[in-house]
Write a protein that binds this ligand. Structure first.
Ligand code: PHE
Length: 369
């Protein structure tokens, strides 16, 4: 009995005095480990008579609990002290400036595209898209490029290798093949048009990537175009002119935009025109809405009857206009970017400088940020 009390006093005192976690663990093994002093006492219970065991059992178990509790209590103390010491060594200085924030930017082409889509959407145009890899039929033949005609070479086409059927696909040189796809598709969807003479009007814009083997300050091998196509019963050149002038005023955010149409040739439109905007080139930058110089910004015209026929529309019933403009080039003009090649070089310094914040205040002309 006295022995047990003494052992308990000694072991709990050593636990309370334990200087570190390793010392405590050694003490635990010494007392409570497999052949520790208390474990041996517990084993001795088996050798006792029932009376002895009834007496000694609770005492030895009480000893074990007291020592285990003392060790656990000291362990908690040591751990808390260790944490306190670590926290005392670390501190956060809330007066330091935060690290600089890295924010991505909206690429000017995407910004300009959003602005264009908003403007044309308000004029009643829907969006259409087509594939980047085209066939000769959609890119050239259906658009009235004569076979073997040098006009096919005019576009510096990237041709793909011959496929198993001996056909050579190409990277579309313009968005005009989507005109063909839209007219064919609409026609397929409503085969009763021609029969009942009821045609819903087509009014689409077609933004997308186009490819030409060409590279200098104003040409990149890949660039973005937007095609416009309107087909209805009584569409004429005046509608084309109004649409493009309205677009230019909204896009350049000034009523002072002056435009002119110059006769031109495209195989798929007749008559065809290029549209210029009046600008000022003095002082090294181009300003729209002032000056007396001209800058070509797009091509357009009335869809050629052959193209309509190639797409299954009767030209004496349906007419319309089409136009094509360079999205990147108009963006460079509006936001003053001198070299188009920089747009696609992937240099983050360029996008940091010319890119747009996704969180900017809305543009009053388009309602877009
Ligand atoms: N596809 C022509 C080009 O890339 C532009 C255009 C489109 C002209 C539609 C007339 C009508 O140059």
């Amino acid at each position: 009995m006295t022995d047990l009390n003494q052992l308990q006093a000694e072991l709990t005192a050593r636990a309370a005095a334990g200087g570190n976690l390793a010392e405590l663990e050694a003490l635990r093994l010494e007392a409570l480990g497999k052949s520790g002093s208390i474990s041996e006492l517990l084993k001795s219970l088996g050798r006792m008579s029932p009376d002895e065991r009834r007496e000694q059992g609770p005492l030895i178990n009480g000893l074990r609990d007291a020592v285990a509790t003392a060790i656990a209590a000291r362990k908690a103390e040591l751990e808390a002290a260790e944490l306190d010491a670590r926290l005392a060594g670390e501190h956060v200085d809330l007066t330091l400036p935060p690290p600089p924030e890295r924010r991505g930017h909206v690429h000017p082409t995407m910004q300009v595209l959003d602005e264009m889509i908003a403007i044309f959407a308000e004029l009643g145009f829907a969006l259409a898209e087509g594939p980047d890899i085209e066939d000769d039929f959609h890119n050239f033949t259906a658009l009235n490029f004569p076979p073997k005609h040098p006009a096919r070479e005019m576009h510096d086409t990237f041709w793909l290798p011959e496929d198993a059927r001996g056909e050579r696909k190409l990277l579309r040189t313009h968005t005009s093949p989507v005109q063909v796809r839209v007219m064919q598709r609409t026609n397929e969807a409503l085969p009763s048009w021609v029969a009942n003479g009821q045609a819903p009007p087509i009014r689409v814009i077609v933004p997308g990537r186009v490819y030409r083997s060409d590279s200098d300050a104003t040409h990149t091998p890949m660039f973005h175009q937007m095609e416009g196509l309107v087909i209805d019963r009584a569409i004429h050149m005046g509608h084309l002119k109004w649409t493009l002038e309205t677009f230019c005023r909204r896009f350049f955010e000034t009523e002072a935009v002056v435009t002119r149409f110059r006769p031109h040739h495209f195989p798929f439109t007749e008559p065809s025109a290029e549209m210029d905007v009046q600008c000022d080139r003095s002082g090294g930058s181009i300003k729209i809405g002032e000056g007396s110089d001209w800058l070509e910004i797009l091509g357009g015209g009335m869809v050629h009857p052959t193209v309509l026929r190639n797409c299954g529309l009767a030209p004496d019933e349906w007419q319309g206009f089409a136009f094509g403009l360079g999205i990147d080039r108009l963006g460079a003009l509006k936001y003053g970017m001198p070299d188009l090649r920089d747009m696609f070089s992937g240099d983050v310094r360029w996008i940091d400088h010319y890119g747009f914040s996704a969180f900017a205040a809305p543009n009053p002309a388009t309602g877009l940020s």
